[in-house]
Design a protein around this ligand. Structure first.
Ligand SMILES: Cc1cc2nc3c(=O)[nH]c(=O)nc-3n(C[C@H](O)[C@H](O)[C@H](O)COP(=O)(O)OP(=O)(O)OC[C@H]3O[C@@H](n4cnc5c(N)ncnc54)[C@H](O)[C@@H]3O)c2cc1C
Length: 414
């Protein structure tokens, strides 16, 4: 599947049916599905590999159901991962059960915590069996080719110089800083996120800390994710507060973490310098219109997600499945219309709006108040805790999303 653009002393160019910009979860899954359907497809990924800073390591039941439908779930679960079966929260000393994935009727009743590069490598391996799919690494889209008001391809930067890729359809899967959506002039609606996240890891001794996942205290909010031999920690701060946090010093930062979860004290010295703490700015936005003639955006390029619920990867995968379902056959017969592109947005907009709405509500009703000293979990959360059967509902929302996408795109034998 990997392909190196051919060296050409003159202008280098390629032509394909579908050019996907970005080899993240949306782009890789879409590429694999289109390759599987026999559509001539090129995926451009600006990095040399999938190894990079933390980008979300949660593979949810909905995504594993897709892998199951493709016959790949067992192979996927051979890769090292941790299983997250339940989510709970410590709200000022009061433990609340939030979600129980074991109650879902799906092939994998848990969230698989797996480094995203392993997941993307897995998809790349599956894609390698389809000759019509090519993955060009170290190839960065820098511009769109326009032809009479229609997007007709992509200009990319490579180590060998500039490369033009002509395509019937360009699909922007290049994340929340998408160059495709910017160059296409698609209008972005900023939904707003009052928080940022500082990520770090702290070693884990055999002694368990309390099984909470969310920890809210007056003035602080921490998420701890069990990664086997360490805790992956997300410390939520007010938007733009990183410099203020750093100005208070590393000792104060460590003390603040231990004040939220005292059991982390034993290994808090693992945070040795600010280099061990990564800022990820949180954005929630969406495009008013996801397409133009010749171009469609999906995944974070169409709707940047907050880390709340860890659902961004899974929405990106659902978008990819829906896009392949709607377009694979039409791409193969080269008959994609503007209405077909609109239909993808029409199908995916409602789930995106609902999940973004829930993320905003959690930010505004739970996280932000905790950061400002108020810990009073909403009545709904207390009800879910009190009635275990109700813990299936948040598990469905987080684990399966709002509109199920099943693989219906065709398969052609390579
Ligand atoms: C702080 C934070 C934590 C998060 N945690 C989680 C989590 O735990 N679980 C979860 O599900 N979601 C999480 N998310 C959201 C999640 O990261 C995204 O929703 C998801 O990765 C979107 O997938 P995507 O394929 O659309 O875009 P991305 O994952 O952003 O992938 C885009 C790809 O395009 C490539 N690219 C970009 N520009 C170009 C270009 N010009 N040319 C070629 N290639 C390009 C990039 O290198 C990248 O590989 C988090 C987000 C944030 C901000």
């Amino acid at each position: 599947m990997d392909a190196t653009p051919q060296r050409d002393p003159g202008r280098r160019s390629l032509s394909t049916t579908c050019c996907i910009v970005g080899g993240g979860p949306a782009g890789m899954m879409l590429g694999v599905l289109l390759g599987r359907a026999g559509v001539d497809t090129i995926v451009l990924e600006k990095h040399a590999d999938f190894l990079r800073d933390f980008r979300g390591d949660t593979v949810h039941p909905s995504t594993m159901r897709v892998l199951h439908e493709l016959g790949w779930l067992d192979a996927f679960l051979q890769r090292p991962h941790q299983k997250l079966v339940r989510i709970g929260g410590d709200f000022g000393g009061r433990y609340l059960h939030v979600a129980d994935f074991s109650k879902l009727d799906v092939p994998a009743k848990f969230i698989a915590m797996m480094p995203q590069w392993d997941f993307l490598d897995f998809l790349a391996e599956q894609g390698a069996r389809y000759p019509s799919l090519k993955l060009l690494r170290k190839t960065e889209a820098v511009d769109l080719i326009e032809d009479g008001g229609r997007v007709a391809g992509v200009v990319a930067k490579t180590a060998e110089g500039s490369l033009e890729i002509e395509a019937d359809l360009v699909i922007g899967c290049d994340g929340r800083h998408s160059i495709t959506r910017a160059r296409a002039g698609l209008e972005v609606e900023d939904i707003g996120a009052p928080i940022d996240v500082l990520w770090f890891r702290i070693g884990r001794s055999k002694q368990q800390i309390e099984p909470a996942f969310l920890h809210a205290v007056a003035g602080g909010f921490l998420v701890t994710i069990d990664r086997g031999d360490y805790w992956q920690c997300a410390y939520i701060i007010g938007k733009g507060q990183t410099d203020a946090v750093k100005a208070r010093g590393l000792d104060a930062f460590r003390a603040g973490i231990v004040a939220i979860v005292p059991a982390l004290a034993e290994h808090i010295a693992d945070v040795k310098s600010w280099d061990d703490v990564k800022l990820l700015t949180v954005t929630i936005d969406r495009l008013r219109h996801w397409s133009r003639p010749g171009l469609l955006c999906i995944g974070d390029a169409a709707h940047a997600m907050s880390p709340v619920g860890g659902v961004g990867i899974n929405l990106a995968i659902a978008d990819a499945v829906a896009t392949a379902n709607a377009l694979a056959e039409k791409l193969r017969t080269r008959g994609v219309t503007a209405a077909d592109l609109d239909a993808v947005q029409a199908r995916r907009l409602l789930p995106v709006k609902i999940i973004q709405g829930v993320q905003v509500a959690v930010q505004n009703r739970i996280i932000n108040p905790a950061l400002h000293g108020q810990i009073d979990p909403p009545a709904l959360l207390r009800l879910v805790d009190a009635v275990p059967a109700l813990q299936r509902l948040p598990a469905m929302l987080i684990g399966l999303g709002v509109r199920a996408e099943h693989v219906r795109s065709p398969i052609t034998t390579p």
